[in-house]
Write a protein that binds this ligand. Structure first.
Ligand code: 5AD
Ligand code: SF4
Length: 472
């Protein structure tokens, strides 16, 4: 069979990154090789995100540009997958007739069959049915990482039942469904065998893992993953504050491999806004959870998401958000201007905020965060952290080599990026270095990364990892 090539453009969250990897795996069995050359690809897939209007615009402009390629090569197949495909279905074909397949968020496993159904000059195919089961074809769900990656993702649940009033996810990803723990563990074991040291468990709301199905609880699942030999680190995203249990909080102090970082989206610091967002927690309840997390693991890094300019957000509400930031002093955050999603109820709320006000609030929030980060980061100078080596740093890849010195990059358990030089008199065996853990002393702090030096200029490979940093 002739080998064909596939170009895949992944927009959006880690769930899409994971689904794109699954698609590539399914396509490998059909003799498709991934390519970075869009001009020569036989198949182009765009895996889409619908969370904000800007992400949808990105998809539309990408599809618009494919017109020219399709004219040059009428045999080119174009697939739109993911959340925009689910949301817009057949409407996408009316607007972009060059599209051959629109496949929704529950159709990933059907991709090979759908491609076989594409006929020259045939009708485009739309597959946007939602199922309430997760297909588990072990041959295809197991994500061996080709031996090159140190970190990997595993989906543990899909969908969301929370219905935050601004959010499109429950409508485009469907109801919450959890995967069987056995399938998750099996998948991680295969990844670990192929060299993965750090796993991130993915779900829209991992804290409610297994509840609906009566499966193992999330805390027990974490313990099972912790027992996998050869795995060094565990992360998870995303947690909903209302479901963050005391047992899970305690795990940060007790589970050896659980990284010292949590992403806990708060969205707003004002109770009236949280209520209208249907977040089901108050500012105080959130602050209490933060205090408990810090009691369980004093150095824990905490990141969050904010939405500014939610309908009805007053100056006083926004001031409450700023005040919450000053209280918590997040290690990092994502902040977004509120964007209407037609499916989500908030699009019909009164009190929409003018775009210049949203913009000003976002800038004020980001300015404050810059200040907080630069203070937080300065306080880390001189401290030593175990860093999991991911490979050569971006600088090393861009800059001409300094003879005898190679700059490596990795992350601390707190998810901080640290670059550091190692001396080498012979070419470094990067494959052997990747996945090792070294103790690095922080010397210089930037906004998004750090530079450091190895404490002992040799590679350590102790297991289990030393979880906590110490002052050198
Ligand atoms: N407008 C702006 N931001 C949004 N998010 C989700 N929906 C919207 C929306 N309609 C943000 C939330 C969420 C993150 C993934 O995206 O902060 O946590
Ligand atoms: Fe969207 Fe809320 Fe579900 Fe997160 S918890 S995916 S913000 S509905």
């Amino acid at each position: 069979m002739k080998t064909k090539t596939v170009y895949i453009n992944t927009i959006g969250c880690q769930m899409n990154v994971y689904d794109s990897e699954r698609m590539l795996r399914l396509l490998a069995d059909e003799n498709y090789m991934p390519t970075s050359s869009i001009e020569t690809a036989d198949l182009i897939i765009v895996n889409t995100c619908a969370i904000r209007e800007k992400a949808v615009q990105k998809v539309h402009s990408f599809l618009g540009r494919l017109n020219v390629l399709k004219k040059k090569n009428p045999r080119l197949h174009v697939v739109v997958a993911g959340c925009v495909a689910q949301q817009q279905g057949a409407k996408l074909i009316e607007r972009f007739p060059q599209v051959n397949i629109v496949m929704g968020t529950h159709a990933v496993d059907q991709l090979p069959d759908l491609l076989r159904g594409v006929k020259p000059d045939g009708m485009p195919i739309v597959a946007v049915d939602m199922t309430d089961i997760i297909h588990e074809n072990p041959a295809h769900t197991v994500m061996s990482s080709s031996g090159k990656e140190v970190t990997g993702f595993v989906t543990i649940m899909r969908g969301c039942d929370n219905y935050c009033t601004y959010c499109v996810v429950p409508y485009v990803r469907g109801r919450e469904i959890s995967r069987e723990p056995g399938a998750i563990i099996a998948e991680i074991k295969v990844m670990v065998q192929s060299g993965v040291k750090e796993i991130t468990l993915l779900g829209q709301n991992v804290n409610s893992y297994g509840v609906k199905e009566g499966l193992t609880s999330f805390v027990k699942l974490l313990a099972l993953v912790n027992d996998i030999e050869g795995l060094e680190r565990i992360r998870f995203v995303t947690s909903h504050p209302k479901d963050l249990s005391d047992q899970l909080i305690a795990s940060f102090g007790t589970l050896q491999k659980l990284c010292n970082h949590i992403h806990l989206p708060v969205q707003s610091g004002a109770d009236p806004v949280l209520k209208r967002m249907n977040r089901k927690y108050t500012r105080n309840a959130y602050l209490k959870k933060i205090a408990r997390l810090r009691a369980a693991s004093p150095d824990i890094a905490i990141s969050t998401d904010f939405i500014v300019g939610f309908p009805g957000e007053t100056d006083a509400d926004f001031a409450a958000t700023i005040d919450l930031m000053k209280t918590v002093r997040f290690d990092s955050l994502f902040a977004f201007e509120y964007s209407d999603r037609s499916e989500a109820p908030a699009s019909r709320f009164s009190g929409k905020i003018a775009s210049d006000v949203k913009y000003r609030r976002l800038q004020a929030l980001l300015d404050l965060q810059k200040q907080i980060i630069s203070d937080n980061h300065a306080a880390l100078i001189g401290r030593v952290f175990p860093v999991l080596i991911e490979g050569e740093s971006k600088n090393q890849q861009k800059k001409p080599e300094v003879p005898g010195i190679v700059e490596l990059t990795g992350r601390t358990s707190e998810n901080r990026i640290v670059n550091f030089p190692v001396s080498s008199h012979s070419p470094l065996d990067m494959d052997a270095l990747k996945g090792q853990i070294m103790s690095i002393r922080i010397e210089t702090a930037f906004l998004n990364s750090f530079r450091g030096v190895a404490v002992e200029n040799q590679i350590e490979s102790f297991t289990p990892e030393r979880r906590h940093s110490h002052v050198a």
